[in-house]
Design a protein around this ligand. Structure first.
Ligand SMILES: Nc1ncnc2c1ncn2[C@@H]1O[C@H](COP(=O)(O)OP(=O)(O)OP(=O)(O)O)[C@@H](O)[C@H]1O
Length: 267
């Protein structure tokens, strides 16, 4: 009875095709090779639009390398990487992406307003919109009182928010954030995550790298990365269920083939 299985196969591949063609990010066997090192090793994933996708992995697992390929700053050594259906790197698509690198790339001697105006010109935000956008972002990110102060006077948390404001300036469709809340206090983390959720609800796709299990729990979808390989990619609940673990940390260890050591009771 070949007709039915064939029909089913067609339906499945059509479903995959539709999912992929509509996706924000499609990676097909993407690698990035530095000399003898495969920093990203044949990574395949489909990330739909309007979700928060977390990339979780230990230091050196390849998170930043993957993010840099997504924003077009690095070329894949192998495979295909499509953003909104277009192979990267591509200038037009890059203009639809907001990137917040791990260390804020800002001008410390300029005021926040001057930094925002500079990047606004780089992103070609129309002049008549720019002033309004600067005020809006400074209000949303609680930086209004600091708009005319130079950045060298800003705390770490304020710099993180300034960096996020710059990534959001041109209202990107895809926001790529490299450990955006590292070193921030819990209240500020919560504020930023509320902001991320609002953006996703409005249709923005967010790709966020993190070390933190607590943040991983807040993502719609999660990819576990280790030694450049994507070990699994699913919802946090599905990853826990598939591994039979209660915590994402233990789910990660199971998928990484590492032993789960008992936690020492507090003294
Ligand atoms: N330009 C480069 N040249 C050579 N090796 C590189 C380069 N960029 C990254 N690597 C190596 O690739 C591997 C992955 O690095 P990457 O920065 O992507 O990891 P990461 O998961 O983001 O780490 P962290 O959480 O510490 O930021 C590391 O071994 C790193 O040393």
């Amino acid at each position: 009875m070949p007709a039915r299985p064939e029909g089913q196969a067609t339906m499945v591949s059509l479903a995959l095709l539709t999912e992929a063609s509509d996706a924000a990010i499609v990676a097909e066997g993407v690698s990035r090779i530095f000399g003898p090192l495969r920093a990203i090793d044949r990574l395949s994933v489909v990330i739909p639009r309007g979700v928060i996708y977390g990339l979780l992995g230990p230091s050196g697992s390849g998170k930043t390398t993957f993010l840099r390929m997504v924003v077009g700053a690095l070329r894949p050594s192998e495979g295909r990487l499509l953003i909104f259906g277009t192979p990267m790197p591509d200038r037009k698509i890059a203009a639809r992406i907001g990137y917040m690198p791990q260390s804020p790339a800002l001008y410390p001697d300029l005021t926040l307003r001057e930094n925002l105006a500079f990047f606004g010109a780089v992103y070609r935000v129309p002049r008549q919109q720019l002033e309004h956008r600067i005020d809006e972002l400074a209000t949303d990110l609680d930086l209004l009182a600091w708009l005319d102060h130079p950045l060298y006077r800003f705390s770490t948390g304020m710099l993180q928010r300034a960096s996020l404001a710059i990534a959001l300036l041109h209202e990107p469709d895809l926001l790529v954030l490299d450990e955006p809340t590292i070193g921030l206090d819990p209240l500020l983390r919560r504020v930023l995550w509320q902001r991320f959720r609002t953006l996703a609800s409005a249709g923005t796709t967010l790709l966020i790298s993190t070390h933190s299990m607590d943040e991983a729990e807040r993502c719609d979808l999660l990819g576990f990365l280790r030694n450049g390989r994507l070990l699994a990619s699913d919802t946090p609940a599905a990853l826990r269920a598939a591994t039979g673990q209660e915590s994402l940390e233990d789910a990660f260890l199971v998928l990484a083939g590492q032993p789960i050591l008992p936690v020492e009771p507090a003294r």
